[in-house]
Design a protein around this ligand. Structure first.
Ligand SMILES: [Zn+2]
Length: 429
């Protein structure tokens, strides 16, 4: 019984173009036995269990290749080789995305399976995967070592099992998901393929407990305050950009934000000054703001501007010597991630639910900020899911991954993918 829903998804979409509208849930099927016998799908699912050690190895190897946002090229080259050895036609686009194509019977329609290449760790971070009991420990091992390992494993399983999809599948390792990468890899991908793109499945991190269908809107802002600068003793009393920034920050962190719609802010970086005995000529602060509501986001952005302006004003008013110049300030948008939401009746979500049912998994719907924001903002069906196993400490030096349970995550992702790509044709039995 639990297989039935999956067959429905796999069969309702393929073969007969236009018979099933993209967004409607297919009607009950009598084709269950045919798909149950699909030996290619069975072979692909079975491939994972036999190759778990190989998948762990690829994950460790890729994790150890540094890939800070904007410096993903070396890791991209390694992923390109792995995808090419799985029989895909692979290219690296202008932005740096690795794109491996598995041509479908219908080349006019495309489904993307993606995992981001980049990490939040600066190039100087030492990355050596070490084992602690059953755990692999290293910065980036889970986010997104797990996603990349799954991308490669699923491509290889499809290849070894001779899967022929109906829609073309692009296996994509994309750049610029983290921080100031501002989703540039996914933006370029959507730009290039939008007219043909039917669904995007993003593999990000570990776990099988969630499916992100709601894109959390966010903005990243940088405030800069500049002044004349001077000597700590002889110029005492001059307006000080760090003082102004501190005054502004205290105001900003006292901003009231609603619990619902959930709205958050974080001062994530602060810098300025040149030495302890100099009045600085510059101070900067980076802020990340997120909200379930675009309106709240806009309010919070203007609150930040108001606070910076007020901090500068307070500092100017309290400075004893304004003759040597005054403070200037600006707030710049470093990046913004658009919001969006997958329709509850989408074929993609139905495929995921069927896959969950098939592997005996339960997952909750989540709102988050991921690569899926970009397609969702364009009205293209997209989800972000974990790629199995468990992980923790994301974005920290103590990040870890435990592969137990990975197989379920891989099966879930593969079945969801095939659920939306469909199969080229059913063999006559
Ligand atoms: Zn990630």
């Amino acid at each position: 019984m639990k297989h039935a829903a999956l067959w429905v998804i796999l069969l309702a979409m393929p073969v007969r173009p236009a018979s099933v509208p993209h967004n409607s849930r297919p009607s009950p099927s009598t084709q269950y036995p045919q798909f149950a016998d699909n030996s290619e799908v069975r072979a692909a699912l079975a491939w994972f269990a036999r190759n778990l050690a190989w998948i762990n190895e690829q994950q460790s190897r890729l994790t150890e290749i540094p890939a800070p946002s904007f410096q993903e090229a070396q890791r991209a080259a390694a992923v390109k080789l792995l995808l090419a050895s799985s029989g895909l036609e692979v290219q690296i686009d202008k932005t740096g995305n690795v794109i491996g194509e598995l041509r479908g019977a219908n080349e006019k329609e495309i489904v993307v399976l993606s995992a981001h290449l980049d990490t939040v760790f600066p190039p100087s971070t030492e990355i050596k995967v070490r084992r602690e009991g059953d755990r692999l420990v290293a910065p980036g091992i889970s986010d997104n070592g797990t996603g990349l390992a799954a991308l490669i494993a699923i491509a290889r399983a499809c290849h070894e099992a001779h899967i022929k999809p109906r829609r073309t599948i692009l296996f994509v390792a994309d750049v610029g998901e983290e921080g100031e990468g501002n989703l540039r890899g996914m933006r370029a991908l959507i730009e290039a393929y939008k007219p043909k793109l039917k669904a995007v499945i993003v593999l990000d991190g570990s776990g099988t407990d969630h499916v992100t269908t709601k894109a959390l809107a966010s903005r990243r802002l940088e405030a800069t305050i500049t002044g004349p600068g001077g000597h700590s003793w002889s110029d005492f009393g001059m307006p000080n950009p760090i003082n102004a920034l501190v005054r502004a920050s205290v105001r900003f962190i006292n901003t009231k934000v609603p619990v619902a719609p959930r709205t958050t802010f974080n001062i994530g970086q602060i810098e300025g000054g040149t030495s302890v005995n100099s009045i600085p000529y510059e101070a900067k602060l980076k802020v990340d703001i997120r909200s379930e509501s675009e309106d709240e986001l806009t309010k919070l952005e203007s609150a930040l501007r108001d606070c910076i302006a007020a901090g500068v004003r307070d500092e100017m008013e309290s400075s004893r010597d304004r003759t040597k110049g005054k403070l200037e300030w600006k707030v710049e948008l470093l990046g913004s991630r658009p919001g969006g939401e997958l329709p509850a009746n989408s074929a993609l979500l139905a495929a995921l639910r069927s896959a969950d049912e098939f592997v005996g998994n339960q997952s909750r719907v989540e709102r988050s900020s991921t690569d899926a924001n970009v397609p969702l903002a364009h009205g293209i069906d997209a989800i972000s899911i974990g790629a199995g196993g468990t992980g923790g400490g994301a974005h920290s030096l103590q990040e870890w991954y435990e592969p137990a349970g990975r197989e379920m995550g891989l099966k879930r992702a593969l079945l969801t993918l095939l659920g939306v790509s469909g199969l080229a044709e059913e063999k006559a039995r």
